[in-house]
Design a protein around this ligand. Structure first.
Ligand SMILES: *Cc1c(COP(=O)(O)O)cnc(C)c1O
Length: 359
């Protein structure tokens, strides 16, 4: 039996995609072998690689002056790749600290460049997104780095901050493809696939072409955007199978009406859950309302023991991996694209029953 998996990542994939992958697993479309066994220099794999890029460009409206890369190392590798590739002018970079991952990006950046914390929401345990304006940043910074959706704390930006002429870099690991964004507002976007795009092992990088040719000479070749661009992400053996599943997820999203359609469903799912929590005197969510994530919804019951009980009992109902991150405690429902609306309904029904039994 399939469960509703609320894991923050790796997370659910659409059942239809898993079934398509199952259909292809022994013999990919008459090629006579699995994608896992295929040369990355073969025609069928080149088609998969090109299809993944074309679909992502179409779904996100990525302009032609941006490159799209499928690389390894996770979003975390981009914490180093970004400063090494584009932090090479003034060698200053400004970071907005809105949670754990942006803090990690900042610490890694500080190994390579003069990294500065331009703003932080640590004073209120990251329950809001700092207010920003062009004045928040050093005018000669090589880039500004933000984390668009804070997976652990359940906050999100609702628009790109104004950074003037300074290139804006965004970690979109836990929200990419969940809502419409204007790629032109950013100079560089990256995202590990395992939350909203596909399986672990592949990371998407969308980068303005004119930023790909200024890497530090010491930048390792695997991190260097220029080499990945020149080789269409096939500089060495890529994560073929993961990229293939990504292509299937993108195809599936396109068939469902693309990002605008998916965004509507995501907004409805999140609203149901937040409305229920807000109306309840048993559960609470401490995030400032205007900053609430559509993807990660942390909440707590009146005490820690009840939280533990909630997590255990939910699992027996097929609502799994709902324990909150250790930095926040309580519960966290990650409701990415692949979480069906019925999963959110089932969660709310269980929450209600649990509150009645324990309130
Ligand atoms: C999960 C996550 C990461 C870490 O991703 P890896 O692919 O495991 O390196 C970084 N940033 C955000 C926002 C995340 O949600």
């Amino acid at each position: 039996m399939r469960v509703y998996n609320f894991s923050a990542g790796p997370s659910m994939l659409p059942l239809e995609v898993l079934e398509r992958v199952q259909r292809d697993i022994v013999d990919y479309r008459g090629v006579g072998m699995s994608v896992m066994e295929m040369s990355h220099r073969s025609k069928p794999y080149e088609e998969i690689n090109a299809r993944a890029e074309a679909l992502l460009r179409e779904l996100m409206n990525i302009p032609d002056d941006y490159d799209v890369l499928f690389v390894q190392g996770g979003a975390t590798n981009q914490f180093s790749a970004v400063p090494l590739n584009i932090g090479t002018g003034s060698r200053k970079a400004d970071y907005v600290i809105s949670g754990n991952f942006s803090q990690k990006a900042f610490e890694e950046g500080a190994r390579f460049v003069d990294a500065k914390i331009a703003a932080s929401s640590q004073d209120k345990n990251f329950t809001y997104i700092p207010k920003l304006s062009e004045k928040s940043f050093r005018s000669d910074a090589d880039y500004v780095h933000i984390c668009y959706n804070n997976t652990i704390f359940g906050t999100r930006f609702t628009a790109a901050p104004d950074t003037g002429k300074i290139p804006l870099v965004a970690d979109m690991s836990s929200m990419i493809l969940s809502e419409e964004i204007n790629v032109k507002d950013f100079s560089l976007i990256y995202a590990g696939a395992q939350k909203n795009i596909g399986p672990a092992g592949v990371t998407v990088v969308i980068v303005k072409h004119d930023l790909t040719n200024r890497a530090d000479p010491k930048c390792p070749v695997m991190l260097r955007y220029a080499d990945q661009v020149k080789n269409k992400s096939l500089y060495n053996t890529p994560p073929c199978f993961s990229t293939y599943v990504v292509a299937e997820v993108l195809q599936y999203l396109k068939e469902r009406g693309g990002i605008p359609a998916v965004q509507k469903i995501n907004e409805r799912k999140a609203k149901k859950l937040y409305d229920y929590i807000d109306a309840s005197d048993f559960y609470s969510n401490s995030v400032e309302k205007s900053c609430r994530s559509l993807m990660n919804v942390p909440f707590v019951s009146p005490d820690k023991e009840l939280d533990d009980m909630f997590v255990k009992q939910a699992a027996t109902r097929g609502l799994v991996s709902i324990k909150g991150h250790r930095l926040v405690g309580g519960m966290r429902a990650s409701i990415y694209n692949a979480m069906p609306e019925e999963g959110v309904d089932a969660l709310i029904a269980f929450m209600d029953e649990f509150a009645k039994n324990n309130g």
